[in-house]
Design a protein around this ligand. Structure first.
Ligand code: UDP
Ligand code: GLC
Length: 406
């Protein structure tokens, strides 16, 4: 029996958390699967560089223009483009056992293609279907579409799963957490950290890093407000504006840093590929989302880097951090509470070190790539019982202690 043949779909060419997750999943099924994106970008290059067969399907501007808040007019003008893309996807899907939709737009297009080609569809839900993130109409539409077009929903956290069922989702659901390989974090030694500090001109200053794309709901402005009250503390702002409309926020952050007299202490580093090194260069890793985070890969990564992690108390963060035992939680959007916690952590490195070590152990045990792949494969096995379980790649096993236990 061969492993299942999966047609993976994602609308984005950028490297957001959902795409980095799909990169790891698609790599594990690379021998039998294919990825279709609706947009060119660094995600396509990374997939191909890692041996995954992938292509960009041209869907036209009108289809790209259908976004979260798009009204009936945008939908109507996208109809010809959508129909054409669905036909092409349905044709492609005939060579595969299963369609895996990694985003909302691909749920609809992949869902219709699945119906047409009689292929089951799994939707991986990466977003909280909650009022902070979506309008009531979009939430209803997403759940209505999933109930009719998909067979199973994989949610990236219990919080995400709950919003689906609370909004009327009736499909079987499974929670599969993102799994992150610990090896790149373990590999960063003191010499690299010293080199990085020198390159950034940090001297002996305390450093707090935030590693999210620049977007209003990721709340980097709260960290600037907090650090304005903490003399000498430097901030690494790692990440870029990845999605439509976020450029204005990136510009506002730069203005804010200038107005608060923080320009020489705030380092805008843009999108970086060396997150493990940069995290280990920090004294504290902060996660500052002001709306609930659906999951939060960066929280797990900060723990794997064995750094004290402060995250906002909402959404997926509550499932990752045990406050005071493996990290710290602060109320979202409250700069003064964040400043107080940062001040305490920076003042007591010995106490925080043991929590950071417990955080690393918890992250390695609970968010491993093996657990993620086994969780996904269980869903695939249910839907395609004639396929064989996934052969776990050596690259995963060598960096993942859970491998040998399962
Ligand atoms: N990331 C990265 N380079 C950057 C900033 C972020 O590679 O400059 C990665 C980060 O390490 C994490 C992902 O982007 O794996 C962000 O995922 P998360 O789930 O935290 O948030 P999302 O952006 O998906 O909402
Ligand atoms: C989405 C969510 C983020 C999550 C990621 C991977 O981008 O915003 O919280 O960690 O998907 O599931």
């Amino acid at each position: 029996m061969p492993p299942p043949r999966i047609l993976f779909l994602d609308q984005s060419g950028a490297l957001g958390g959902g795409e980095l997750y799909l990169l790891d999943v698609a790599r594990a099924y690379a021998n039998t699967s294919h990825v279709v994106l609706f947009e060119d970008g660094p995600f396509l290059d990374r997939l191909r560089a890692e041996g995954v067969s992938a292509e960009v399907m041209e869907v036209g501007e009108s289809v790209h223009a259908v976004r979260k808040e798009a009204g009936p007019r945008a939908l109507l003008s996208a109809l010809p483009g959508l129909t054409q893309a669905v036909c092409r996807l349905a044709h492609r899907a005939r060579d595969y056992d299963l369609i895996f939709a990694n985003t909302q737009k691909t749920l609809f297009m992949g869902g219709l293609a699945g119906w047409w080609s009689a292929r089951p569809v799994v939707w991986n839900l990466h977003d909280l279907l909650s009022p902070e993130h979506f309008t009531a109409t979009t939430r209803r539409l997403a759940v209505w579409g999933a109930n009719r077009l998909a067979s199973h929903v994989i949610a990236n956290s219990q919080a995400t799963q709950r919003t689906f069922t609370d909004a009327g989702g009736r499909l079987p659901t499974s929670v599969v957490y993102n799994g992150i390989a610990p090896a790149p974090f373990r590999a960063v030694g003191p010499a690299e950290v010293a080199h990085q500090r020198e390159q950034l001109g940090l001297g002996a200053a305390p450093v707090v890093g935030v590693f999210s794309r620049l977007a209003p709901w990721k709340g980097q402005h709260v960290l600037l407000d907090a650090v304005a009250t903490l003399p000498n503390v430097h901030i690494l702002l790692v990440g870029d504006a990845l999605f439509e409309g976020d450029d204005a926020y990136a510009a506002a952050l730069r203005r804010q840093a200038e107005e608060q007299g923080l320009s020489d202490r705030v380092h805008f580093l843009g999108f970086r590929e060396d997150v493990p090194t940069l995290m280990r260069t920090c004294d504290v890793v902060a996660h500052t989302s002001v709306s609930p985070e659906p999951f939060g890969r960066v929280i797990v990564e900060g723990m794997l880097a064995e750094r004290p992690v402060v995250a906002t108390r909402a959404g997926g963060a509550l499932e990752i951090i045990d406050h005071g035992a493996t990290g710290w939680l602060v109320p979202p959007g409250e700069a003064s509470a964040l400043a107080t916690t940062l001040r305490d952590l920076l003042a007591a490195p010995d106490r925080t070190r043991s929590v950071a070590a417990a955080g690393r152990r918890a992250a390695e045990a609970r968010f491993s790539p093996t657990q993620m792949l086994l969780g996904i494969d269980r869903v695939f096995q249910k839907i395609c019982p004639t396929s064989s379980p996934i052969p776990l790649p050596d690259s995963v096993c060598s960096s993942d202690h859970v491998c040998k236990q399962t």
